[in-house]
Design a binder for this molecule. Structure first.
Ligand code: FAD
Length: 401
């Protein structure tokens, strides 16, 4: 018996391995990860860890003893280069491992700037792993001039941490506004104000023409013709799912490794979960990039590997920390045509409720955990508050309804 091999020792890979053991799987279980670190949480990389307020060990999802105690054969520095589907084997370095079932939890890779515009210069970073933070740490000092390229959550979080650490921050977003892909103008407006109050030079509708410098970056020429002097650049322009391994093995890829609702790929022996996988949803396919999805998708697949037939039905939630603000998001706002804003009880707290027609589909809550929890309950129940009366409605009444 070759057992189960999991490729990708991140949030989903670990959740899957742990769930298999918790559900009583006693067979061989191997967890292969290309990074040097045991499975760790990524969210603090653009938050407390980048700020230097969290020790490295606190990132690790489980203690080093956990793997031995649960008979999980964790191999680090093991980049799987090929899958031989016919022989049911994977290859990494000089080693070949056989599997009965294979799970791909390979995550996602940050998009980089092309070398033709200076993307390969020194001191130009992306932010995906511990190694990225380690590499930029010596430059992350008060007074350093940082350019953040991209106004999504990771770019905004990095800008917030840098501003807090005393760097001089410029953030450029080539789209008309920050958070254009993920949130309404109401939420973008809230964070735009917050960043400007914290001295971030935030420029929307401003693309990057090229980065300038001999070996290391010295300046950025922007699409509007202006030039900004910089000591380091953080590129936060999104990720692409890590599908090369699957693709090379001939597995279908549609915005991620294509799986059915049970996490199974076109090969009945191979499954996928987390950032790298897309699954059927609302007549199309969906791929999510969040801790909630990595864990719940992986745990669902683990049960299915053991004989359950659970289709994956995500109840998405996400968070982002910027300065003193915790943004909590629940639901998916795709297809919204109306946003109702509510003021929270505390100074600066607010929530934005997304509707498609009269159907409530998602919330962004800023320092407003009560609104967030109420909304989550409504979403789980498939209930919609009346958008016409929501702005002034009492939360307790809403929850009870
Ligand atoms: P990953 O955690 O990326 O793990 C995949 C692993 O597979 C990686 O270690 C990779 O090196 C390895 N791998 C890939 N290919 C191979 C191969 N061929 N062989 C061996 N190993 C391989 N989500 C939230 O919900 N809230 C947040 O606030 C939040 N903040 C974030 C901040 C940052 C800076 C980042 C980068 C992400 C953040 N996320 C957040 C997203 C969240 O961390 C991811 O969605 C989650 O980690 C996905 O888990 P995963 O296991 O699918 O992928």
């Amino acid at each position: 018996m070759s057992g189960i091999v999991v490729v990708g020792a991140g949030q989903a890979g670990l959740a899957l391995a742990a769930k298999l053991r918790a559900e009583g799987y006693h067979g061989p279980l191997k967890l292969l990860g290309e990074e040097a670190w045991p499975p760790y949480q990524r969210p603090p990389l653009s938050k407390k860890f980048l700020l230097g307020e969290l020790a490295r060990e606190r990132l690790y999802l489980r203690s080093r003893d956990f793997y031995g105690e649960h008979d999980i054969d964790l191999r680090l520095g093991a980049r799987v280069e090929a899958i031989d589907r016919r022989a049911k084997k994977v290859r990494f370095g000089d080693e070949v491992l056989a599997y009965d079932r294979l799970v791909l939890t390979t995550g996602a890779c940050p998009r980089r700037l092309p070398a033709t515009i200076g993307g390969d210069l020194g001191n130009v970073f992306t932010l995906r792993g511990i190694d990225d933070v380690d590499a930029m740490a010596p430059l992350f000092v008060p007074g350093a001039r940082l350019l953040v390229v991209g106004g999504g959550y990771i770019g905004l979080e990095a800008a917030a941490v840098a501003a807090r650490a005393g760097l001089k921050v410029t953030l450029i977003e080539s789209g008309p506004r920050i958070l254009g892909r993920v949130a309404a103008e109401e939420t973008a407006g809230y964070f735009r104000t917050l960043h400007r109050e914290n001295d971030v030079d935030l420029r929307e509708g401003t693309g990057l023409r090229r980065l300038l410098g001999d070996n290391t970056v010295e300046a950025a020429e922007l699409a509007d013709g202006t030039t900004v002097s910089v000591d380091l650049v953080i590129v936060g322009i999104g990720v692409t799912p890590a599908t090369t391994l699957a693709e090379t093995a001939g597995l279908p890829v549609e915005n991620g490794i294509a799986t059915d609702a049970f996490g199974q790929t076109a090969d009945p022996s191979i499954f996928a979960a987390g950032d790298c996988a897309s699954f059927p949803y609302a007549g199309g396919r969906l791929r999510l990039e969040s801790v909630q999805n990595a864990i719940e998708h992986a745990e669902c697949v683990a049960k299915n590997l053991l004989g359950a037939e659970n289709p994956y039905r995500p109840e998405p939630w996400f968070w982002s920390d910027q300065y003193e603000v915790k943004l909590q998001i629940a639901g998916l706002n795709t297809g919204y045509d109306r946003v109702v804003a509510r003021k929270g009880e505390r100074e600066g707290s607010a929530s934005h409720w997304y509707f498609a027609g009269r159907r409530f589909i998602a919330i962004d809550a800023m320092n407003d955990p009560r609104a967030y929890m109420t909304a989550r309950r409504l979403l789980a129940a498939g209930a919609s508050p009346d958008p016409d009366h929501l702005a002034a409605a009492d939360l307790k009444t809403l929850a009870a309804a």
